[in-house]
Structures are given as C-alpha cells and as structure tokens.
Design a protein around this ligand. Sequence first.
Ligand SMILES: [Zn+2]
Length: 246
Amino acid sequence: MRLTKRTYLVGGGSLGFGISNDYDCHVYVVDGGGELALIDAGAGLTIDPILENMRFDGLDPRRLRQLLLTHAHADHAGAAAQWRERFGVEVAASPAAAEYLRNGDEERISLAIAKRGGYYPRDYVFRACEVSRVVSDGQELRIGDLRVRVYETPGHCSGMASYLVEENGRHVLFSGDTVFHGGKVLITNVWDCSVKDYVTSIDKLAALEVDALLPGHLAIALSGGSKHIRTAQEIFYRLLVPPNII
Ligand SMILES: [Zn+2]
C-alpha cells in the first residue's frame, strides 16, 4: 500500500490493517531509487504475505538491501533472520537491540513474559540474527538517494530507535513502538520499560518537524505528524501518562 511517493506499508497484523500475519507489526518499505529498505521485519511466522504485498505494489524484493529495525521485540524483529537469509539484507539496529538480536535472548526481548501473557503462540521461537550495522543517535544513513537520521528513543524498551527519512522536503518518521497516532504510547510491565526514558525520547521527537508519522501499529498520519507527538509530550508534562494503544 503506497503511503507517500517513497514509502509503502507492506505488512501488519491484528494490531494493524490485517495485511500480513496476525503477529506482525507494521512493516514498511522505503524506495531509495536504486534500492529498497525494510523498516521492521515482522514476527517471522511467515513473510509470504509481505512478499505478495510488495509484488502487488511493484516492489521487487530482490532490490532489498537493508533492514532497519526499530527494536528487538519479536513482532518487529522475529523475521530479521529470514529476510537476511533470503535476500541478503544488511540488518541495522541500535547497540542494545543488536546485542539482543545476536544472542536471540528471549528474556531480554521480553518474549518469555509475552508468551506467558498470551501475546504469542507458546511454540513460537525467536531466531537470532546477525546485525551488520550498529546505528546510534544522530547518525545519518542512506537508502539510495534518501537521507535517514537515526534517533535513539528508549522508553517502550531498551534499544529502541526511530528513523527520520527526508523525502522531497517532507519528513517521514518511523517511530516503532515509541509514539502512535493520537499521542498514544505503549508502556508495559517489562523489565526495560522506563517512563523516565520515555519522556526524554518524546521530547527528542517533539523537537522535530514531522509530516508523516508511521508507527509500529494501528493508525498512520500522513501529515501533521508532529501534532501527535506533541500531544504525548503535553500529557507527560502534566505528570500523567498518555493512553496506551492497547
Ligand atoms: Zn515493542
């Protein structure tokens, strides 16, 4: 599904638009001209519906060169190993997320607790994945002829990164599970969720001029993205916690 001139939504499950496996987060493709990049991988139970969606949009998966991960939670990163094996993509993640991915540590990515909470099938297995590019705050990346700025935005969990893509003077923010449409957040009872870090991260993103806000789940804003981020910021400033998406 084409969202902007250069971005597409190609996956998303029951907390999305139901266009791929139920457990998938939103999976996006950025078209850099000479190459394609995925933003987040999906859970990995099957990537076939994502491939079908790409082909339907005229995106040849063989043009994929990079996979930028927002964080290591299974719904976002579980399929990373498959994308790497099948298409040879270079996997990029923040330092903490890279460590969790390389070790495939189900405790560190809170998968064990999420399985007990009923969010994943009991027999779901997270596949470890080599990360070839560790990215950090402020770093600039390229996807073909597009510039991408990395913002480390912990709070929902450790190792979270958001990616700001500049596209013909418009700014598209891939915010992962940091901030959602309507200023919602995702604060859960996991070891590395931190309200204090969340506030700092929202402040960081609220300082940017964002047109399209493309989060990891549910609704998308194709314009006025900053407004949604600043809604979350204002609620934090009133010492409260913005509503969760679930
Ligand atoms: Zn998450």
